[in-house]
Design a protein around this ligand. Structure first.
Ligand code: AMP
Length: 395
């Protein structure tokens, strides 16, 4: 089966064409084509909207498919609110529901809805599936998702923690349908350690441009660091992560910030960018290595915050059986992993410096034999996870 995986950002559209075998696993040559259309809607870019972007994608796909029809399309959607606890087949009503959730993910959901509409017009007969980042975290207990605000703020306005990151292929027993990179990675980590997924307790660290930690108990999410929106939790490329909310009211009252400016400040100008002047971890590490004090400080703040989350989630899961690093930074940045692991001595964590530096494809262990908790690096593959879920619903 040929599955087109689409990830629509506010001004970009990423795609991959994947070939899945009859059992839903990747075929020997899984990625037949991939690409990125950028600057959608930017004046002068020649790509006025998502429909125009798809036209470009169609041209690029023609060669890769060699005349075969694409069997289904899978779309990543960031926010499914409380309604979407699992992937869904796309209908007009589903697209409208995704649009109604725009206040929860203003950068992502409207773009995804546009992409879905454009697809439906261009390929009306192709089954489409949406996969939500939030679904995997629907297993969080109320004690983990509720804010200590008056009840009506939740019941009337839906203010609660949702949790983000990405999709899972087919896990064995209980886990809920849908979900995310945390899900895929959880399954692979459990398998690597030979622990049944349904009994697995872990702290999964998805460290990319966006970053989150997830507490896994009995193989499912019981807590996660992102909150009502993906702004909460860890220090990210351009997002601040956790803040005292009074910072917001203070800046409004005393320094003239309005809501838009605060949004921009916290989502686009903070995190590594705010602290070090660079959002990209590679650059921050390079600058730190050549003596840049701001870069070093940024690494300290980010690794300290992350280590605190690991300690907290170790408690939340009742004693983790693994700490798992994934995504761009988690998979590739040995120096940043080392900074975090150096702080986890109190948990009995010990890592093998050489194993940490080694470049290994696939899930591997970087902890020392005596470590109280095994530490793993597990590569994620969001597109595979989305393709797999799409295959399940579309076949
Ligand atoms: P992602 O959002 O998962 O693509 O991750 C993007 C982040 O991963 C950026 O901050 C990159 O700088 C970081 N990254 C990718 N490769 C490396 C690497 N080899 N060393 C350090 N950071 C990396």
């Amino acid at each position: 089966m040929l599955v087109l995986v689409i990830n629509s950002g506010s001004s970009s559209l990423k795609y991959q064409l994947r070939e899945l075998a009859d059992d839903g696993t990747d075929a020997p040559v899984p990625v037949l084509a991939q690409g990125l259309v950028e600057r959608i809607g930017v004046p002068g870019s020649g790509v006025p909207d998502h429909a125009a972007a798809l036209e470009q994608v169609e041209a690029e796909l023609a060669e890769a498919t060699g005349g075969r029809t694409i069997d289904a399309a899978g779309h990543r959607v960031v926010h499914g609110g409380e309604r979407f606890t699992a992937p869904a087949r796309v209908t007009n009503e589903v697209i409208r529901a995704i649009e109604r959730l725009a206040p929860l993910a203003p950068l992502h959901n409207p773009a995804a809805a546009q992409g879905l509409r454009a697809m439906a017009e261009r390929w009306p007969d192709m089954p489409q599936v949406v996969v939500f980042d939030t679904s995997f975290h629907q297993t969080m207990p109320r004690e983990a998702w509720q804010y200590a605000l008056p009840d009506e703020v939740y019941t009337e306005h839906g203010i609660r923690r949702y949790g983000f990151p990405r999709p899972r292929p087919p896990p064995p027993p209980p886990p809920p349908p849908g979900g995310t990179s945390h899900d895929l990675v959880t399954g692979l980590a459990a398998e690597h350690l030979g622990i049944p997924r349904g009994e697995f307790r872990a702290v999964v660290l998805h460290l990319g441009n966006g970053a989150s930690a997830t507490a896994i108990r009995d193989g499912v999410s019981v807590d996660t660091s992102m909150g009502y929106t993906p702004l909460a939790g860890l220090v990210m490329g351009t997002r601040s992560g956790d803040l005292d909310p009074s910072v917001v009211t203070h800046l409004m009252r005393n320094h003239g910030y309005d809501a838009e400016e605060l949004d921009t400040l916290m989502n686009r100008r903070s995190g590594l960018l705010g602290l070090a002047g660079e959002a990209d971890m590679r650059q921050v590490l390079e600058n730190a290595a050549s003596g840049d004090g701001r870069a070093r400080n940024a690494l300290d703040v980010a690794s300290y915050r992350l280590a605190k989350y690991v300690g907290g989630y170790h408690v939340a899961v009742g004693g983790a059986q693994a700490i798992v690093f994934t995504a761009g930074i988690g998979e590739n940045s040995a120096p940043f992993r080392a900074r975090v692991l150096d702080r986890l001595g109190a948990l009995g964590v010990a890592y093998d410096a050489e194993a940490n530096r080694a470049r290994v494809a696939g899930p591997h262990t970087i902890s020392a034999p005596e470590s109280a908790i095994p530490v793993l690096v597990v590569p994620t593959d969001e597109e595979q996870a989305i393709a797999r879920l799409t295959w399940e619903l579309a076949r």
